[in-house]
Design a protein around this ligand. Structure first.
Ligand code: ATP
Ligand code: MG
Length: 416
């Protein structure tokens, strides 16, 4: 990928430094959500100043940053101010306009770059990339077909019965299971494509999943790569509910393959920053099952939040290190961890009345680390915070996680 300015050997931006003009070392982030907030926390702890560009006046990241530029993501004056304030810039969400990253990259190091973010924004390009590097990564994605035109739809209806039952996914803007329809027949496929507005989609074969996992990788401007061990993720209704992060969370042969694959995918993209690669474990008749790559997020990820409390460097620390051109320390996990996502549902009782969660009891449990994102209004399905549980061993964190889930009325967690 060619970035606009060549920063392979970029001069590190040291925390706490002040340049000749008296400007303090400042890192910028596009987007004001919870990922931006935790990035800001990590950057500030190291001694950087921070700037957030985000239109919402009350955003989780804007509320805690030194600077909050309150404009849209493509506002020329806002982008100019961000570039003027910051020595390096990142993004906390992948749907930032590619043009915005390109504009910023003309004058500042931007990590990850516009080209890779563009690939991750579009499932068609993302799958093409996974396919292109399958030889080095050792994993392929689920069998799929692209549907962008009526002719392609008809072609798939006629010739790709092997993809049914399947999931039709919009190429762009999907998250938390949105923009997806499950289809069993060729007729249902046609209806689903119309329902999704006839936009560019991929039809993916429905695979027999036995588990899901993700891997966080950080890569520097100089190509240095570090990674975390894979975490096993449980989704409820398309949204991440629980992350299991400890040795033995999945068969070690699979874990090694997933980690190697994620590193290969990041390398092949010439990626800079933190990348999360999501995998499916599928029942393919072998002892441990097969590994299939699902998608990637060009940023820290919800499934990596446990790294804040369970590792000696978090995914957000590594994002800071990578974009600032610092050497990347190989992170070490010091405690087994389980993360419970706290959606807005936790703030409602069974009859739909707003209620304050029972923090008194939850926080009295050993090894609980509560992170609330500062969102003013709880809504069902809205990510309000997360609770990480650390402890001396898997048995004790499992016991505490069950108790916390119970106290918070977390639905559908079953056997955590
Ligand atoms: P995210 O919030 O991770 O960005 P998303 O909306 O982009 O999610 P996916 O990760 O593609 O969507 O799918 C959401 C969930 O749906 C997956 O975690 C998995 O549980 C299920 N799923 C997706 N594709 C398949 C498939 N081909 N076979 C079986 N299950 C699938
Ligand atoms: Mg996903």
């Amino acid at each position: 990928m060619n970035e606009v300015i060549d920063i392979k050997n970029m001069t590190p931006i040291f925390p706490g430094s002040v340049d000749a003009a008296g400007q303090r070392a400042t890192l910028g982030v596009l987007g004001g959500g919870q990922l931006g907030r935790m990035f800001v926390h990590a950057a500030q702890r190291l001694g950087y100043f921070t700037a957030v560009l985000e239109p919402d006046a009350q955003s989780p990241a804007g509320l805690v940053s030194h600077h909050h530029i309150q404009t849209s993501y493509d506002d020329p004056a806002g982008l100019a101010e961000l570039a003027q304030l910051c020595q390096a810039i990142t993004t906390e969400f992948e749907n930032v306009p590619a043009q915005t990253l390109q504009t910023l990259a003309q004058t500042r190091p931007v990590a990850p770059g516009a080209a890779v973010v563009g690939i991750a924004q579009n499932r068609i390009e993302e799958k093409a990339h996974f396919t292109a590097c399958a030889d080095v990564s050792g994993v392929t994605c689920a069998p799929y077909a692209v549907i962008e035109t009526d002719a392609q739809l008809q072609g798939v209806q006629r010739n790709r019965a092997d993809l049914l039952p399947g999931i039709l996914k919009t190429a762009r803007m999907g998250y938390d299971g949105k923009g997806q329809v499950r289809v069993k027949t060729a007729d249902e496929l046609a209806t689903a494509w119309t329902e999704l507005g006839g936009v560019a989609c991929v039809l993916e074969k429905m695979l027999p999943l036995t588990a899901e996992c993700s891997v966080l990788v950080a890569r520097g401007w100089d190509g240095q790569v570090v990674s975390f061990a894979p975490q096993r993720n449980v989704h409820v209704e398309g949204i991440l509910a629980v992350t299991h992060a400890y040795e033995g969370n999945m068969p070690s042969a699979l874990a090694d393959r997933a980690r190697d694959a994620a590193v290969a995918i990041a390398q092949h993209l010439n990626y800079v920053g933190v990348l999360c690669v999501e995998f499916f474990v599928v029942d393919d008749g072998t002892e441990h099952g097969g590994l299939v790559v699902n998608e990637m997020a060009p940023r820290p990820h919800n499934s990596g939040h446990y790294t804040i409390d369970a590792c000696d460097a978090s995914q957000f620390d590594l994002q800071v290190y990578a974009m600032a051109g610092l050497p990347l320390p190989q992170p070490r996990q010091h405690s087994p961890a389980i993360m419970l996502n706290l959606l807005g549902d936790v703030w409602f009782d069974a009859s739909g009345q707003l209620q304050e969660p029972n923090w008194r009891s939850v926080l009295s449990l050993p090894g609980t680390h509560l992170h609330l994102y500062g969102k003013l209004q709880a809504r069902p399905g809205r990510k309000m915070g997360h609770l990480t549980i650390t402890g001396p061993d898997v048995a004790s964190i499992t016991t505490v996680a069950r108790r916390a889930a119970d106290l918070l009325g977390l639905p559908g967690l079953g056997d955590i």
